[in-house]
Write a protein that binds this ligand. Structure first.
Ligand code: TPP
Length: 576
């Protein structure tokens, strides 16, 4: 059977098992839209801005592990999608983005809605393609899915000129066979010799720490991680991206590390003698000043991407391989070791950690007058019984969510860690809700971030997505205000968000429910009321203390042991 390029696109998506395409039409993709219209296997979700399409595809991917798919037109469609592509790239999220392009004969002529999409996206994709011949189209799309989902995942752009999807040009279609690429060979198992060396070092350690990142979740290795921690009894900390890989309430979990990490996690990092880094990339928000990073530690690093090894921090024992298989092998080797020379020291190490824990660094000053944002997250945890998919925007609310919501499982905490993209939360929640229609999906946001993709409330209405939005409304770009307070003598340059809309009315005007709460004693009942409306989107505008800051905090360029604690904890310490 012969089909057109536009039909090839749809068929290739079907072959890849795609359920949803998040998109926005335009001239260069009209043939593809026509082919979409004439089938019902692949469902198109019409967003209201292309940034929303990429974030929704990204949210879908983070919640499922499958590639998210976006479809946008050439020129402004493609440029609007770039933020979402870069967001996915920085967090290694599998995504295939199909972009329309002007017809091949006019490429380079500054044709209407022409941009060099391959050029613009080159630094923020795992790979990209420009398809110049319809006969290459199917294979290119198959390759795009293969590249996006294997090895270290990432977004792949396929740029498709309009003439390549011309309905009058028909070609035979070859179903997605196994893709083979000579120049791309993602790694498999880790080197057993390196794994044995690592285990020797780990079992001799007196002050070991396991430091895990998003790679454990992306590599589907959470079970193996939990088994390894149970077997060794080591303390474990996680990056922002790795939260949920290990249960947040378990006693071996020290909480998040890094700039807004816990006192105990950061102090343990500073004092450790053997660090086991798993699927983490030593980014600057985690390491602080490299010269002060884990000054006494020998470092083992497990990663699927060889280019991550010794990129920011020199490591002693690199293990390149799929995290899942490396951890399986590592556990086997650990179990074969009857001798655990570090065991006695490990008990002493736990006592030290418990002393740091005794600080209770996340304590905040409660109030019965104004809602503390930390209290809002704690209440959300209580009301949802720790069971939800939580997407976030970027700022203080994101950090409070990471600190105070204890994720029990992977793929539940969905946020832009690497790029830190305001506007991510709402469209990402749409992708998550479509992937898991029966689950509670909440977007935690704040008044500045939510305005960046607020138009997606219309998409939620159109497709009946009963997401809950919890807005920690402090009237400021809170995280910017915090930095200005600390580092610019409280000169709040343009961080006050003036002329805010009435969010209750905004939500209502899009056809949803809006609620506002500003009294601490009314918060829980308001949340329960919002969650009871199972089939409605509810935006809960929570008016919170505008002066609250995120603690602990490590100033950029400082070491893990140089944390600021909240003023009342510091005062307590001085008194003691
Ligand atoms: C698209 C984008 N622009 C600018 C920034 C820089 N930035 C980081 S946090 C922040 C403030 C966010 O304010 P808000 O959404 O109100 O959250 P809050 O910190 O108050 O919780 C800004 C402007 C960003 N991360 N993303």
């Amino acid at each position: 059977m012969e089909i057109s390029g536009a039909e090839v696109v749809i068929q290739a998506l079907k072959d890849a098992g795609v359920e949803y395409v998040f998109g926005y039409p335009g001239g260069a993709v009209l043939h593809i839209y026509d082919a979409l219209f004439r089938q019902d296997a692949v469902r198109h979700i019409l967003v209201r801005h292309e940034q929303g399409a990429t974030h929704a595809a990204d949210g879908y991917a983070r919640a499922t592990g499958k590639a998210g798919v976006a479809l946008v037109t050439s020129g402004p469609g493609a440029t609007n999608a770039v933020t979402g592509i870069a967001t996915a790239y920085m967090d290694s999220i599998p995504m295939v983005v199909l972009t329309g392009q002007v017809p091949t004969p006019v490429i380079g002529s500054d044709a209407f809605q022409e941009v060099d999409t391959v050029g613009i996206t080159r630094p923020c994709v795992k790979h990209n393609f420009l398809v110049k011949d319809v006969r290459d189209l199917a294979e290119t799309i198959h390759k795009a899915f293969y590249i996006a989902t294997t090895g270290r995942p990432g977004p792949v752009v396929v740029d498709i000129p309009k003439d390549v999807t011309d309905p009058s040009v028909k070609i035979p279609y070859e179903h997605g066979k196994k893709v083979k690429m000579r120049s791309y060979n993602p790694v498999g198992k880790g080197h057993l010799g390196q794994i044995k060396k690592a285990v020797e070092l780990m079992l001799q350690a007196e002050r070991p720490v396991v430091y895990t990142g998003g790679g454990v979740i992306l590599g589907d290795a959470c079970e193996e991680l939990r088994a390894l921690v149970a077997e060794t009894g080591f303390p474990i900390t996680s990056t922002l991206m790795g939260l949920g890989a290990y249960p947040g309430t378990d006693e071996r979990f020290l909480g998040m590390l890094g700039m807004h990490g816990t006192y105990e996690a950061n102090m343990a990092m500073h004092e450790t003698d053997v660090l086991l880094a798993i699927g983490a990339r030593f980014d600057d928000r985690v390491t602080g000043k490299i010269a002060h990073f884990c000054p006494n530690a020998r470092i083992v690093h497990i990663d699927v991407d060889p280019s991550s090894i010794s990129k920011n921090v020199r490591v002693d024992i690199p293990i390149v391989g799929q995290v899942k298989s490396v951890l399986k092998d590592m556990l086997k080797v650990v179990k074969e070791h009857a001798e655990r020379p570090g065991q006695a020291a490990l008990e002493k190490w736990w006592r030290q950690i418990d002393t740091w824990r005794g600080m209770q660094c996340l304590r905040y000053e409660p109030s019965d007058k104004v809602i503390k944002p930390q209290f809002a997250v704690e209440t959300l945890y209580k009301v949802t019984n720790g069971e939800l998919y939580l997407t976030s925007d970027v700022g203080q609310h994101q950090m409070w969510a990471a600190q105070y919501y204890k994720f029990a499982n992977p793929r539940r905490w969905i946020n832009s860690g690497g790029l830190g993209t305001m506007g991510f939360g709402l469209p990402a929640a749409m992708g998550v809700k479509l992937a898991h229609p029966d689950a509670e999906v909440v977007c935690i946001s704040s008044e500045a971030s939510i305005l960046m993709c607020i138009q997606e409330l219309a998409t939620c209405k159109h497709f009946g997505l009963p997401i809950k939005i919890v807005l920690l409304n402090n009237g400021y770009m809170g995280m910017v205000r915090q930095w200005q307070e600390f580092f610019y003598e409280s000169r709040y340059a343009h961080s006050y968000v003036d002329a805010l809309p009435d969010f209750v009315k905004v939500s209502e005007s899009f056809g949803h429910i809006g609620m506002r709460v500003d009294k601490p004693d009314q918060l829980e009942s308001a949340m329960r009321e919002a969650f009871a409306m199972k089939d409605r989107l509810v935006l809960l505008d929570v008016v919170v203390d505008p002066s609250e800051n995120v603690y602990p905090m490590i100033e950029a360029g400082k070491g893990h042991h140089e944390m600021y604690l909240s003023p009342h904890l510091s005062a307590e310490r001085e008194l003691a």
